[in-house]
Design a protein around this ligand. Structure first.
Ligand code: TYD
Length: 229
């Protein structure tokens, strides 16, 4: 049975972080106990890693170094936040998880995927989201949003000298490939729409997933669908 654990994933400028916040608010408003984390972050180590990746030095970091940094933060987040929350019976929602490392460091920067498999085993073990929502946008849209300064939080990791349009295309294609390869886990949502149009789709997917992972699935789904209207 899959864990009550949901990840939002997506390329830069997809609006994923905004959607994660809206989803968390909507679920909390329904009285669903949940823990929200973002990656990298959520722990002291994670926030320190965030500082490191936010402040690149004069030479670009390698994909391998990034993979280790992000997975170090993830290992800590899993142990400090995610597993305890799941053990308390809470839903966990995370803004990015291991698929960000596969998309960015793997597909984007060329770190071999089988090496990332090993890092995932180390950092996450079996603690993996049962639902992964890909907020997908064409790279032109994502990069345009980023360049317009929308969702400024989403752009700060950018190292433009290293992350060119080809990089972002590989990231997006990687996400779509991962989603297509594991359709039971993934839902792809069209992020090239206004925020208010996307949010109900994200919420509905989360509620459906929760209903399916509850013992009294049918009842909960009925009541939640009523609440959605
Ligand atoms: P952030 O400011 O959190 O923005 P977003 O809202 O897009 O998540 O930046 C996260 C950046 O870090 C984003 O460009 C992707 C990158 N990243 C990786 O490259 N690998 C990872 O494992 C994670 C978690 C993030």
């Amino acid at each position: 049975m899959s864990l009550r654990f949901i990840a939002l994933e997506g390329p830069d400028g997809a609006g994923k972080s905004v959607q994660a916040a809206l989803l968390v608010n909507a679920l909390r408003a329904r009285g669903i106990p949940l823990t929200f984390t973002r990656e990298p972050g959520g722990t002291r180590l994670g926030e320190q890693v965030r500082e490191v990746v936010l402040n690149p030095g004069p030479t670009p970091r390698s994909g391998e170094a990034d993979a280790l940094l992000f997975h170090a933060a993830r290992a800590q987040n899993v142990r400090e936040n995610i597993r305890p929350a799941l053990a308390r019976g809470e839903l966990v929602v995370t803004d990015r998880f291991l698929w960000s490392s596969r998309a960015y460091q793997g597909y984007g920067s060329g770190v071999p995927l089988h090496l990332l498999d090993a890092l995932e085993d180390l950092s996450c073990g079996e603690t993996r989201p049962g639902l992964a929502i890909l907020v997908d946008v064409p790279i032109e849209v994502g990069l345009e949003r980023r360049n317009r300064g929308e969702q400024a939080q989403m752009t700060r990791f950018e190292d433009l000298s290293r992350h060119d349009a080809d990089f972002h295309q590989r990231v997006r294609d990687g996400y779509l490939e991962m989603a297509a390869a594991d359709p039971d886990r993934w839902l792809v949502i069209d992020g090239d729409r206004p925020v208010d149009a996307i949010a109900p789709d994200v919420l509905e997917a989360a509620l459906r997933f929760l209903a399916d992972s509850e013992p009294n699935a049918a009842d909960l789904r009925m009541s939640e669908q009523t609440a959605l209207r």
